[in-house]
Write a protein that binds this ligand. Structure first.
Ligand code: FPP
Length: 243
């Protein structure tokens, strides 16, 4: 029987996902790794649709990290082609679901046509009021912080902001995720328990969930399990409760 949300559960507003296990999914079937990524792309579409229906407002997916360039060249090319096709198809999907898409990460290293597709997708979906979908592409948490610090230093030097006015909120506003609340829940599939340079600043008070399922197999029921797990957690933000 399909799982259902308990109406008493709190729904995490922002869910971040490390989509791990594509390679293992393919290997278990005797397929090339790229087939795992392709199937993983289908899961992305499914989860974006289901997440919004469940009441999640923001999804951030780790699609390609600053470290992923060190993978074999043919795998990097296949991933870039998959993302290239996805950005184009996603314009229609975003229109249908009213989804607003934003890419985070340093896109300047990507091929010019991919950068252009990203700009088109972001512009076309800008006014949509449904799911806010962030795709992390050539993204690294340290790289994001480094770029933010450099921009902040420049603004201090140019007297656009004074050093005394720098707060944690100001730093957040210099990050790629500006204007997006920090994730409430992070899911990493495939059983690995690392954050691999994802959203280092934003994960300060995020709950972590590590299901064994491989990303291409991740389903709506798995997402409901994650929400159930989230509801077993007591979020204290460094304080105490019930003492
Ligand atoms: C990790 O699995 C997965 C990636 C590095 C790529 C994730 C990308 C996609 C799912 C492509 C589609 C994305 C979008 C936004 C359309 P792995 O290859 O490290 O798996 P393994 O640990 O089993 O080898």
């Amino acid at each position: 029987m399909a799982k259902k949300l308990n109406p008493e559960w709190k729904i995490p507003e922002h869910v971040a996902i490390i989509m791990d296990g594509n390679g293992r999914w393919a290997k278990r079937r005797g397929l090339p790794r790229n087939m795992g990524h392709r199937q993983g792309g289908k899961t992305v579409e499914l989860i974006c649709e289901e997440a919004y229906k469940l009441g999640i407002k923001y999804i951030t997916l780790y699609a390609f990290s600053t470290e992923n360039w060190s993978r074999p060249e043919d795998e990097v090319t296949a991933l870039m082609n998959l993302l290239r096709n996805y950005m184009k198809d996603c314009v229609k999907q975003a229109e249908k679901n009213k989804m607003r898409v934003k890419v985070i990460g340093d896109i300047s290293r990507l091929d010019a046509d991919l950068q252009e597709s990203i700009r088109v997708l972001e512009k076309e979906s800008e006014k949509n009021t449904g799911l806010r979908f962030q795709i992390a592409l050539n993204y690294g948490g340290r790289d994001e912080i480094l770029r933010a610090v450099k921009r902040l230093c420049k603004d201090v030097k140019e007297e656009k902001i004074s050093e005394d006015d720098i707060t944690a909120e100001v730093i957040s506003s210099y990050l790629d995720t500006e204007g997006i609340p920090d994730p409430d829940l992070m899911i990493r599939t495939s059983g690995e328990q690392r954050i691999s340079n994802f959203l280092l600043w934003q994960f300060a008070y995020t709950e972590f969930y590590f299901p064994d399922v491989l990303w291409p197999d991740f389903s709506k029921d798995d997402l409901i399990d994650a929400i159930e797990y989230y509801n077993t957690r007591e979020r204290r933000y460094g304080g105490v409760t019930n003492v």
